[in-house]
Write a protein that binds this ligand. Structure first.
Ligand code: NAD
Ligand code: UFG
Length: 338
């Protein structure tokens, strides 16, 4: 199957391309390299033996999308492209709505013009806002607390309306919990530009000596050790979730919504300890105030995906930390420029 992968040069997209090729699918990457490096491409080739086709372009460029879809006889689209930094979204809401919401509308319009009716969209557990309880089911109410989250929610709502008006389309909303880890080779990984916002890249940059210490945001949450609890999912499991979604529901008309998480909650300090064990490095940390907008606990009930997609996230926290460390220690400064 030929699949257009928007944002395929990025963290989750690149890992998904590896797993797609392993599964016999043909990814065609469409990415503007805003938050990724061209070096990813030769690494994908080394890992899989096949260089995926790559088109450098912006998802807001409808003409280029249509041309690419026609040229490569695309059958389905996985849509990762977008901006994802919560703090930045508060400073630059227009950029976030333009890239994430407008970009998705242009993409769907291009698909409609070409006649492609199968779409998998990268959504996020952020659409649950501050959940009333955990674990979180797909049926829980949705809300947003920042422009990034609102952009994901808006896209979900636009796609829901679009699917209602076009019942022969298959649209799948995958709500990711907290993706971490790397390809086990250490040749692909998460490479944030500037100071990492997310916990795992921050810890791994402390371990490799790029940062002095971790600030633990909040130690007075009602959790087992007072620090925030999340559902960390190995990026390779997440990648497999996209293939399961394409195979199981990508051909079934309807709106399909799944949590992609493990169903386990781990605290910040649990992750620090696991990383210390994997890397054999001490991670100095300081307990500081809560980060604005953070919630105490967020973890998935992934049973719907297990049942309907026959998929589950089984890689352990030891694999998550080991693979992250493997990537970070092999690539202390992240991806080099080509
Ligand atoms: P990433 O930034 O590593 O990858 C996104 C890719 O999209 C980058 O390669 C970037 O260059 C590209 N891109 C951005 N805007 C574009 C545009 N207008 N046109 C073409 N390409 C564009 O991010 P990621 O962590 O791989 O996340 C992928 C998707 O998953 C995003 O939509 C993100 O919101 C969503 N998501 C991520 C997380 C997470 O914690 N990483 C959690 C939930 C959801
Ligand atoms: N944390 C720290 N120190 C840091 C960074 C994070 O203590 O330097 C803590 C946070 O307070 C939180 C936990 O580590 O308790 C995880 O924080 P992340 O920033 O890694 O992840 P979030 O759960 O805040 O958010 C992530 C993505 C969002 C996505 C959400 C979905 O960044 O885009 O998961 O659950 F929407």
């Amino acid at each position: 199957m030929k699949v257009l992968v928007t944002g395929g040069m990025g963290y989750i997209g690149s890992h998904t391309c590896v797993q797609m090729i392993e599964a016999g699918m043909t990814p065609i990457i469409f990415d503007n390299l805003y938050n990724s490096k061209a070096t990813v491409l030769p690494r994908l080739e080394n890992l899989t033996g096949a260089a995926p086709k790559f088109v450098q372009g912006d998802i807001r460029d409808k003409a280029l999308l249509v041309e690419t879809m026609r040229e490569h006889a695309i059958e389905a689209v996985i849509h990762f492209a977008g901006l994802k930094a919560v703090g930045e979204s508060v400073q630059k809401p227009l950029e976030y709505y333009d890239n994430n919401v407008n970009g998705t509308l242009v993409l769907v319009d291009a698909m409609r013009e070409v006649g492609i009716k199968s779409l998998v969209f990268s959504s996020s557990a952020t659409v649950y806002g501050d959940p009333a309880s955990v674990p979180i089911l797909e049926s829980f109410p949705t809300s947003a607390t920042n422009p990034y989250g609102r952009s994901k929610l808006m896209v979900e709502e636009c796609l829901t309306d679009f699917q209602t008006a076009n019942p022969d389309w298959s649209i799948t909303l995958l709500r990711y919990f907290n993706p971490v880890g790397s390809h086990p080779s250490g040749d692909l990984g998460e490479d944030p530009q500037g100071i990492p916002n997310n916990l795992m890249p921050f810890i791994s940059q402390v371990a490799v000596g790029r940062r002095e210490h971790l600030s633990v945001f909040g130690s007075d949450y009602p959790t087992h050790d007072g620090t925030g609890v999340r559902d960390y999912i190995h990026v390779m499991d997440l990648a497999d979730g996209h293939i399961a979604a394409l195979n199981k529901v990508g051909n079934k008309s309807g709106l399909h919504i799944y949590n992609l998480g493990t169903g386990n909650g781990l605290s910040v300090l649990d992750m620090v300890k696991a990383f210390e064990a994997a890397s054999d490095k001490e991670i100095p940390y300081q307990l500081v105030d809560r980060r604005q907008g953070d919630i105490a606990e967020c973890w998935a009930d992934p049973s719907k995906a297990r049942k309907e997609l026959e998929w589950s996230a089984d890689r352990t926290v030891d694999e998550m930390t080991r693979d992250t460390w493997n990537w970070q220690s092999k690539n202390p400064q992240g991806y080099p420029d080509l």
